[in-house]
Ligand binder design. Structure first.
Ligand code: ADP
Ligand code: MG
Length: 393
């Protein structure tokens, strides 16, 4: 295990704490506060040690000024403040002299939440390209770096990876909890082992399938990931979310793993220009103007046959656009089946966990990991980049 906040002397120090507050949002409202809740143990521990705490986090992808309005961490500040019952100082400045001034005005026992680190991605992608000057400037604010952002530990960014070069670095208590659980699972995976993947982040997750397919016994797909596989099979998916650049590789994955991969046999389609249009289609009936937004219940029934014979199941991503009520049935039906199954079921990912919580099922499953991509990468190779730069105990 990596060294944690409890292994070093933090008393009265200034701490740079990296959290993952990349919370699921709908219309500017936080849909699920699990990620914020999971950060509280470390924050409380640091407060007990009379630390000054500077919190960094990203939220969403920030490509333009419009994104800055959408992805401000100000609503996270309000939620965190409510959960801790404590005033939080918010710095709209993400680096430089003005951030220094905010930090210098604060005292031990204060918490400063810095605006979205990805605001530094405009215009030069500094945070996401792991810029060393940016990492260095953050390191100068503080004595120790605490990484408690498990969900971000598979990406080398300035605030998660680069910064460890300049500071004594340890992991936080939420990160430790997730790693202990992952170690336990990977030491003894009971088979059949089924992975269920859906959701929207096709570019990030489809490359992982190449490896995860060698680990698991079955792979059940939904969401944009399934659409991409359907398209690779030559089926019409209309205007659905797909990842074009992966199509050729997927063809090969499908050929090599015919009996392992299951794809939707029926879907719920909408139309981007007509909000009132909704239809149930067999998978070979989708037309060029339609958009697949959910899987159908025949698909869920087929997937349930695999679920019933599985002993371990890992789920990342939703079956459809579950935030919209009319496209949430596939996800809801899948989760209800998983709740009733005898398998050990694990979830990972902001939206996946949000869907579980919104149905009140959080206690029905073995463990809910905050990160989808990070958990999948750990299941493939335990050496997550941001952990490899933190010392072992
Ligand atoms: P997680 O946050 O659990 O890692 P993702 O972010 O990858 O999962 O996936 C969840 C998102 O995928 C949701 O916002 C959902 O609306 C979207 N999604 C799922 N299926 C579709 C689809 N068919 N078309 C468009 N978006 C989809
Ligand atoms: Mg998500």
């Amino acid at each position: 295990m990596k060294i944690t906040v409890k292994d070093i002397d933090l008393k009265d120090k200034t701490i740079l704490l990296r959290c993952d507050y990349n919370v699921p949002l709908k219309d500017g409202v936080i849909l699920d506060n699990s990620k914020i809740l999971s950060s509280l143990d470390t924050i409380k521990y640091l407060l007990e040690n009379n630390c000054k705490i500077i919190i960094l986090s990203h939220l969403g992808k920030v490509k333009n000024e419009e994104d800055k309005k959408k992805y401000s961490l100000i609503m996270v500040k309000d939620e965190l403040s409510k959960l801790l019952n404590k005033e939080i100082v918010f710095s709209p400045f993400t680096s430089g002299i003005k951030l220094n001034e905010v930090v210098n005005k604060c005292e031990n026992g204060d918490i400063i939440l810095v605006e979205n680190t990805r605001f530094e991605d405009i215009p030069n992608n500094l945070e996401s390209s792991n810029d060393s000057q940016l990492a260095l400037s953050w390191s100068e604010l503080t004595d120790v770096f605490v990484n408690d952002a498990f969900a971000s530990s598979h990406r080398k960014h300035a605030s998660t990876y680069g910064i460890t070069k300049y500071l004594e670095s340890v992991i936080g208590l939420s990160m430790e909890k997730e790693l202990l659980m992952l170690e336990k699972i990977t030491n003894n995976i009971e088979r059949p082992y089924t992975v269920i993947m859906g959701g929207a982040k096709c570019d990030e997750k489809i490359p992982l399938i190449k490896n995860i397919i060698n680990e698991c016994d079955y792979l059940l797909l939904g969401g944009g990931i399934a659409n991409t596989f359907l398209k690779a099979l030559g089926l019409e998916v209309g205007m659905s979310l797909v990842s074009e650049k992966e199509i050729n590789e997927i063809k090969q994955i499908l050929i090599n793993n015919k009996n392992k991969i299951l794809l939707p046999i029926d879907v719920i389609v909408g139309n981007e220009t007509n909000d009132n249009y909704i239809n149930h289609k067999n998978i070979n009936e989708v037309t060029s103007s339609e958009v697949i937004f959910d899987v159908g219940l025949n698909t869920i029934a087929m997937y349930n046959e695999i679920i019933e014979k599985s002993k371990t199941i890992f789920v990342n991503g939703t079956m459809g656009k579950y935030e919209e009520f009319k496209y949430s049935n596939g996800t809801k039906a899948l989760l209800a089946n998983l709740k009733d199954s005898n398998a050990k079921v694990y979830f990972g990912g902001g939206d996946s966990v949000s869907a579980v919580n919104s149905l009140g099922y959080s206690d029905a499953f073995e463990y809910l990991f905050t990160g989808g991509g990070a958990t999948l990468e750990y299941l493939i190779d335990k050496n997550l980049p941001c952990l490899s730069v933190i010392k072992d105990k």
